[in-house]
Design a protein around this ligand. Structure first.
Ligand SMILES: Nc1ncnc2c1ncn2[C@@H]1O[C@H](COP(=O)(O)OP(=O)(O)OP(=O)(O)O)[C@@H](O)[C@H]1O
Length: 588
């Protein structure tokens, strides 16, 4: 699997194609890429000239030609300055292309991950992709960086090869090898020597370095798991502190870190073997061309020091290009691992999409009110939580959903929200109205209190005075002067206070259709009643569908849907509002 075979290149193409083929940036990206290639060609040309320069300069030195040597120094200055300018520009444009590509890919992946609640379905379906956040934040960065560097490196090697093989071939003609009293010339002798040297090196390096691909892949995964476990502690710091679960957590962290540690040792041993080989191979490359040209220098004196220098330099270029894979094996291994991880991530998003399309058969359509027809809600294993539900909820109407714990109330709400992928039937809602769903644990985004209040729609026509008034109404007057404060609100506020903020959100956004999934469960009964009363008075047009356990909620609703947990359900209408709380529901 971990080979640079057709499957790898197909994956690489699949990840790269949208940007280079379809994106709105494709032309500018191609233009910058072409510029990088041109700069590269220019650099190869300069290298070629410098290699020729070696011969002239060293021969001038050998013959004590002072003027010629100084003249060559000047030429070298010009060549070196051009090389440096081209090199710096090439790095600049490569980095520019890299960050632009990364920006585009990040948006693209975020769109796919966030669209149609894919992030949620990946979690619900227990999909195997670990740490999607890391895929998007880190792997995309490595992918763009490594892909560009490796491809540009490869192109550079090919052009270098093309230029220097020719030179080396010509230089080979100068080398004659004495054998059995005669002198022999082998056409392309130096090219063959470089080829054998590089192929031999590449094969051995591939053999020694191949396990690094899997090891690097695992290392990233273990590190992400380790980091994720600590992130969970941060999120649940209070609960862990209250449970006194520190030693258990510590044990858990160290267990995860043990995998990081053990795998890293494997990488160290494997890298050490590889480094022995790569370093030795690199050192030998300095002396190897001199050894193969020695007969020409010592035996038949066909070349001077200049020729020897030129051969060494040209050989180094050819061998360097041929052994591109040799010198960058570990980055190729990393690259492979990054491409694999992105492919798994894409594949998981795709699988979730397919499951959603095959299992999710709830048709959502436009309707004058909430209309539920033949709705079946199931668990992933096929067990039915709600069977053949038929129900209409009109504007201004309020429905309470009750039932045993684990009976499927929240799952039904998820189904009504269109995010639960297992079920079929029909749900109608007025398309123009944006329903608001309040879960039991309100989500408070990072940002100012104002941003928390206007989440998720982001805008409000209400001024500060009205927002402060709303905060007062939901019993959060202590926050009235903190609209611009940016804090980790979910950590600062108690669950009850967070639920009060969620009610404030309802008053800010005034939805026509409001779904409350135990949205007041952390409040005491009087506070819960007060908030319900407030909503009913402030939003008389709004239809409310609540999930709750407390019978005190019955008085705020006109009907009650009781789920039995085995698919069966009963719809009851409730007597008119009774402030005494003594309600006796009557079956419909
Ligand atoms: N992602 C999931 N995969 C498998 N089963 C699930 C998943 N989510 C929920 N369930 C199961 O679905 C059943 C109904 O869960 P749900 O949260 O809807 O119950 P509930 O009636 O809202 O319970 P409670 O009153 O305790 O909040 C439970 O048995 C639960 O374990």
């Amino acid at each position: 699997m971990k080979q640079f075979n057709g499957a790898f290149f197909r994956d690489l193409w699949r990840i790269s194609k949208p940007y280079w083929w379809h994106s709105e940036e494709r032309w500018s990206a191609r233009g910058v890429f072409a510029l990088i290639i041109l700069l590269n060609l220019f650099m190869v040309f300069i290298s070629y000239r410098i290699t020729q320069w070696y011969a002239v300069f060293w021969n001038a030195l050998q013959h004590f030609a002072v003027d010629a040597a100084w003249h060559q120094m000047l030429i070298f200055l010009l060549l070196a300055a051009s090389y440096v300018a081209a090199g710096v520009s090439q790095v600049f444009f490569t980095q520019m292309l890299e960050i632009r590509w990364r920006r585009w890919l990040t948006r693209h992946y975020l769109d796919n991950w966030l669209s149609k609640s894919t992030f949620y379905h990946m979690q619900v379906l227990g999909d195997g992709t670990d740490n999607p956040d890391q895929r998007i934040s880190e792997d995309l960065a490595s992918f763009t960086n490594q892909t560009l560097n490796i491809i540009i490196g490869l192109l550079s090697s090919v052009t270098t090869l093309a230029a220097f093989v020719f030179m080396l071939w010509e230089l080979s003609a100068m080398i004659t090898i004495p054998w059995n009293g005669s002198l022999y010339t082998i056409p392309g002798y130096l090219v063959w020597a470089a080829l054998i040297y590089a192929v031999f090196g590449t094969i051995l390096t591939a053999l020694i370095g191949r396990p690094l691909i899997k090891l690097n892949f695992n290392q990233e995964r273990y590190q992400a798991d380790f980091r994720f476990s600590m992130m969970r502690l941060r999120e649940n710091s209070e609960s862990v502190a209250l449970y006194g679960g520190e030693s258990e957590e510590r044990h858990h962290f160290l267990q995860r870190f043990a995998s990081v540690y053990a795998n890293y040792w494997r990488i160290i041993w494997r890298s050490m073997r590889l480094n022995w080989w790569v370093s030795g191979y690199g050192q030998a490359a300095i002396i190897f061309p001199i050894i193969v040209s020695m007969p020409a220098y010592f035996v038949n004196k066909a070349i001077g020091i200049g020729g020897l220098q030129q051969i060494a330099s040209a050989f180094a270029q050819v061998q360097g290009a041929l052994s591109f894979i040799v010198s960058s094996y570990s980055s190729l291994a990393n690259w492979h691992a990054v491409v694999d991880r992105l492919r798994y991530f894409e594949q998981s998003m795709e699988e979730v999409r397919v499951i959603r399309e095959t299992h999710y058969q709830i048709e959502c359509r436009d309707a004058p009110c909430l209309q539920v027809r033949h709705l079946n809600v199931r668990l992933p294993d096929g067990r039915e939580l709600v069977h053949d539900l038929n129900l209409d909820v009109q504007r201004r109407e309020r429905l309470l959903i009750m039932g045993p714990s684990g009976g499927g109330k929240s799952t039904l709400i998820r189904g009504l929200a269109g995010i639960w992928p297992f079920g079929d039937g029909e749900i109608g809602l007025p398309k123009a109205d944006r329903p608001l769903f309040l879960p039991q644990k309100p989500y408070l985004p990072l940002g100012t209190l104002r941003e928390v209040l206007v989440y998720p729609f982001g805008v409000t026509d209400l001024d500060d005075r009205r927002l402060q008034q709303i905060l007062g109404l939901v019993g959060m007057s202590g926050l009235q002067d903190k609209l611009e404060d940016s804090r980790l609100w979910s950590h600062v506020l108690s669950l009850g206070e967070q639920q009060r903020l969620a009610f404030a959100r309802v008053l800010v956004q005034k939805p026509r259709w409001l779904f409350l999934d135990e949205a007041s469960s952390a409040l005491d009964e009087p506070a819960e009643c007060q908030l319900y009363q407030l909503l009913i008075e402030a939003l008389p047009e709004t239809a409310m569908i609540s999930v709750g356990h407390r019978s005190s909620l019955l008085r705020y609703h006109q009907r009650c849907l009781r789920l039995q947990g085995n698919g069966a359900w009963v719809l009851e209408s409730l007597p008119e509002q009774d402030s005494s709380g003594g309600l006796q529901p009557a079956p419909v």
